[in-house]
Ligand binder design. Sequence first.
Ligand code: NCD
Length: 319
Amino acid sequence: MNRHLLSAADLSRDDAVLVLDTAEELARLADRPIKKLPTLRGRTVVNLFFEDSTRTRISFEAAAKRLSADVINFSAKGSSVSKGESLKDTALTLEAMGADAVVVRHSASGAPHRLATSGWIRGSVVNAGDGTHEHPTQALLDAFTMRRRLTGGEGDLAGKRVTIVGDVLHSRVARSNVLLLHTLGAEVTLVAPPTLLPVGVDTWPCATSYDLDGELDKSDVVMMLRVQRERMNLDGGGFFPSAREYSRRYGLDGRRMGLLPEHAIVMHPGPMNRGMEISAEVADSPRSTIVEQVTNGVSVRMAVLYLLLSGSDGIGEDA
Ligand code: NCD
């Protein structure tokens, strides 16, 4: 593995499978009464969050703590960043504290890349979501969830059909998923209104469609994306006529769920707009993996921190 995890494209097929297999071993730990391993004792992991987050931040914190690392949580609100301190000065402060890994979320696409290549810090940089660009650990936890649900554990995602639906334009989750799933041999189709597909999507390793109903009966996975209103102006900002119209064309409701094959699963990275891209009936159905995705996120992030910081090829017998 590389020293940093900035993009899903940083992972070869072998790297990705190693992360998923390691996460599978670490997940067994969650069933033990004592959930902690001494592996990263004495190491410091800094969670550097310039943008709001619930799941990702808590998940990285839990992952680092279960590996016995010291964890420093830094959120931009309430820090000197709100006084105008730059990314560089923040990074130099973290370096002075001896951070072994910096997990960073930032509204600017490319901020983690800047941290990793600037020479300001020596530790590993993990991208926890940068602007509309990438969110590689989300893609890894999604792949882990698909593997568990569709293959019963350590099987192969090659040939599985994954349909990713909605606000692709603003979604770092979509881009990272397309890249990782392609590496793992799955076939991805993006479904969205033309206004919510990014320029250049034709160069991504996936298919595109505007017709959700036409894709459902051949999907093994349907991944619904949140409509990211905070990255648009006002209600939809001209990207679609109205919330109601969006739901009618691109929302997943009970009727549409009925068009899926029996074994197919429904995913969503959270946070959800219930009633918009996904109905409550679907979100709470047994096909939905939304809560499992959060649980799996901890195991996958443990695997990532373990592999980046211990420089080992696998977790071995001592787990
Ligand atoms: C995603 C994110 O922040 O990119 N959520 C997450 O990490 N769980 C998706 C989103 O915000 O819609």
